[in-house]
Write a protein that binds this ligand. Structure first.
Ligand code: PLP
Length: 410
């Protein structure tokens, strides 16, 4: 795909933060897998709500409350269309991917899991899709099976197939690895689960920002993601769940909004999706998330994914050719814009710190994926991750800076 640089420069203009300097150098922001930057229109939507429409949602007959409710519910409708869910009842707002997974762990766990049951995770999961299951293990004696990866960082689907037995109840896996960049064959993984009568949850934290997601095409039972990685505000996440499943699951938290009627003798719960939305939601940021989805749609997922792919290919080629001894973790042909690497003779922290001094923002460490680090036999990596506003000039600035860092550290 050929994307004119003018197109990307126009997109960049929407992100004032990209003009700032770090250590008196032009910022090159390559930490997008941790959080993406936010376009002006999203910040303006937040401003606008605080200045004109702030009132608690679903609680008032007055104009402001109704307007605020409409704005929140408009985002819900937008998300439904964005991921092609069947109904708005299937879209539950959470604080992020992590909370959405905890909701499923706790509520699906209570409704459907019993001592002796088994679930399947993969070795490339973020801690957010590991630790909640381990917390559940303290209440229910479930077994966690783990799908390994091959040398390119792809899931071993033969082992995956072999992990099913009559006790298997759920498969939960990441759509895209936040470390390796591997785009997992989600549709196939889900199909295999369903052939065994097993439900499947997709951690879409790194999927929804970079891929066209169609939950019905995937046939996912649950799909979860975070706004802040999608050019949106912090504090907002989404749990998509198939309606019949959500209906069978008990509430996750109790409080306001999620009830139909409360008495000290007993309480009945609200219908979907409100059953899972106890307390005042982050309605300002939810409303502003709508503008982030507008940004993604106006830009076009083909441009977003296309630019990220161009950057990935260009940068990878230069790194491999120009930095002797560099090790890149994750070389799957189907890969998103994430490059995890180690310089031959340098600790990842030192590499990251020196890059920062040169204005390049990358992430270092275990990336909340310690089991994956153990499988790779390392403690951590340096990770550069792209978004649509990154340019080839920035990719080159990163590689040039890394060459300097490599000289200093070797
Ligand atoms: N899952 C994956 C694959 C991630 O990359 C992340 C964040 O980096 C999460 C889950 C957690 O997302 P959040 O911190 O927005 O809840």
């Amino acid at each position: 795909m050929n994307i004119p640089q003018d197109t990307i420069l126009k997109i960049r203009e929407k992100f004032p933060i990209l003009n700032r300097k770090v250590f008196n150098r032009k910022l090159v922001y390559l930490d997008n897998a941790a959080t993406s930057q936010t376009p002006r229109q999203v910040v303006e939507a937040i401003d606008n709500m605080y200045f004109h429409t702030k009132a608690n949602v679903h609680r008032g007959v007055h104009t402001l409350s109704q307007e605020a409710t409409d704005m929140q519910e408009q985002t819900r409708r937008h998300i439904k269309d964005y991921i092609n869910a069947e109904s708005i009842e299937e879209i539950v707002f959470t604080r992020g991917t992590t909370e959405a997974i905890n909701l499923v762990t706790s509520s699906f766990g209570e409704a459907f899991l019993h001592d002796g049951d088994e679930i399947i995770l993969t070795v490339m999961e973020h801690h957010a899709n590991i630790v909640p299951w381990q917390l559940l293990q303290k209440k229910i004696n479930i077994k966690i099976n783990v799908v390994p990866i091959n040398s390119r960082g792809e899931l071993d689907l033969d082992v995956y197939r072999s992990l099913f037995n009559s006790h298997t109840r759920l498969v939960s896996f990441t759509h895209v690895s936040n470390v390796l960049g591997t785009i997992n064959p989600a549709k196939e993984i889900i199909k295999i689960a369903h052939e065994h009568g097993v439900k499947a949850m997709v951690d879409g934290a790194q999927g929804a920002p970079h891929l066209k997601v169609d939950v019905r095409e995937l046939d996912a039972d649950f799909y979860v993601f975070s706004s802040h990685k999608m050019y949106g505000p912090t504090g907002v996440g989404v749990l998509y769940g198939k309606r019949d499943l959500l209906e069978q699951m008990p509430p996750y938290q109790g409080g306001g909004e999620m009830i139909a009627h409360v008495s000290f003798e007993g309480t009945t719960f609200a219908d979907l999706p409100f059953k899972f939305e106890a307390g005042t939601p982050d309605f300002v940021d939810i409303a502003a998330f709508n503008s982030a989805l507008d940004f993604i749609e106006d830009t076009g997922m083909d441009i977003i994914a296309g630019q990220e792919h161009i950057l990935l290919e260009h940068t990878t080629e230069r790194l491999v050719n120009e930095i002797p001894g560099i090790r890149i973790f994750g070389t799957a042909p189907n890969k998103s814009g994430v490059i995890s690497f180690l310089l031959e003779n340098a600790h990842h922290y030192d590499t990251g710190m020196l890059l920062d001094k040169l204005g390049i923002a990358v992430r270092t460490g275990h990336h909340c994926a310690q089991p994956l680090m153990t499988a790779l036999g390392i403690e951590g990596t340096v990770r550069a991750s792209f978004a649509v506003y990154n340019t080839l000039d920035e990719a080159d600035a990163f590689v040039d800076a890394l060459k300097r860092v490599n000289q200093i550290l070797s």
